[in-house]
Design a protein around this ligand. Structure first.
Ligand code: PMP
Length: 278
């Protein structure tokens, strides 16, 4: 397995970063994930744009140009002969003597690696997955794809222990998003998802699913929705780079709709798979 560390492609076992890395000590960094299907990056331009925006938000100068990032991703896909899975990229502020404040001259640490994943023929997409709800205990800048993910670690571990594929995070009765996904519900012919704000990560898959739905004249409603509305919905699904459109068939043990992946959810998944070149 070949990984990328600070400009070099090295065997995984030889990759090293400093114990003083601020990503390790303060979670002072951001990450990005792009899917790979049939050896090709999916919707990658938008992921790279979000990476660039998140770096700006945390005052780190993007160490690479768009073209250089693409080259790193493609090189990793090639060297690891990746057919289906993802490329993970992380940029932290870099290594320095431990101190909360930072010197702007610190050189960012960049790591990137590939992971093999079953995305297109994911069995959970056929049956639909269970979800649980948890309180959203995260910070107030969830629009930044920070590597500080302890709240999501709690949420997703609780989901795993409950045999669920995702935890829906809830604040003041309203669903914010999934632990690592955007949440959608369908009521009648309306596809409902929360509008963008600092309360959620602007999902790249979310945006593309909305575009594809729009092209088919399906109705999207961007508004807050409660957990109660999700229980009562006709269909529910989550989206993310590595799950695409994943049907949710129960929440907290309550069946959603028919208890099977719904027709509109299936249609959106099919449209997304087609876009991804599956
Ligand atoms: N929200 C959160 C909290 C996430 O971690 C993710 C996945 N990174 C998403 C939404 C979905 O974003 P995307 O579609 O860009 O993968």
């Amino acid at each position: 397995r070949i990984v990328f560390v600070n400009g070099s492609y090295v065997p995984f076992e030889e990759a090293n970063i400093s114990i003083m890395d601020r990503g390790f000590l303060f979670a002072d960094g951001i990450y990005e994930v792009s899917a790979v299907v049939n050896g090709k990056l999916v919707d990658n331009e938008a992921h790279m744009a979000r990476l660039d925006r998140c770096l700006k938000e945390i005052d780190i100068v993007n160490p690479y140009s768009y073209e250089q990032w693409i080259e790193i991703e493609k090189e990793l896909v090639k060297r690891n002969e990746l057919k289906e899975g993802c490329v993970y990229m992380q940029v932290t502020r870099g290594a320095a003597e431990r101190d909360f404040s930072y010197d702007k001259s610190i050189k960012p640490t960049v790591v990137a690696f590939t992971q093999v994943k079953n995305i297109v023929n994911n069995p959970a997409a056929e049956t639909g997955g269970k979800a649980i709800s948890v309180e959203d205990i995260r910070w107030a800048r969830r629009d930044i794809k920070s590597v500080g993910l302890l709240a999501q670690v709690f949420a997703k571990q609780a989901a795993k222990e409950a045999g669920a594929v995702e935890a829906l995070m809830v604040q003041d009765g309203y669903v914010t998003e999934g632990g690592s996904s955007t949440a959608f519900i369908i009521a009648g012919d309306k596809i409902i998802t929360r509008p963008l704000s600092r309360a959620i990560l602007p999902g790249i898959t979310r945006l593309t699913v909305m575009r594809l739905a729009n092209e088919k004249n399906l109705t999207i409603e961007e508004r807050l929705f409660t957990l109660e509305e999700a229980f009562a919905a006709d269909e529910a699904f989550i989206t993310s780079a590595t799950t695409f459109v994943m049907p949710i068939v129960s929440i907290d043990g309550k069946q959603v709709g028919s208890g099977k992946p719904g027709p509109l959810t299936k249609r959106l998944r099919a449209l997304y798979l087609e876009m991804a070149g599956a």
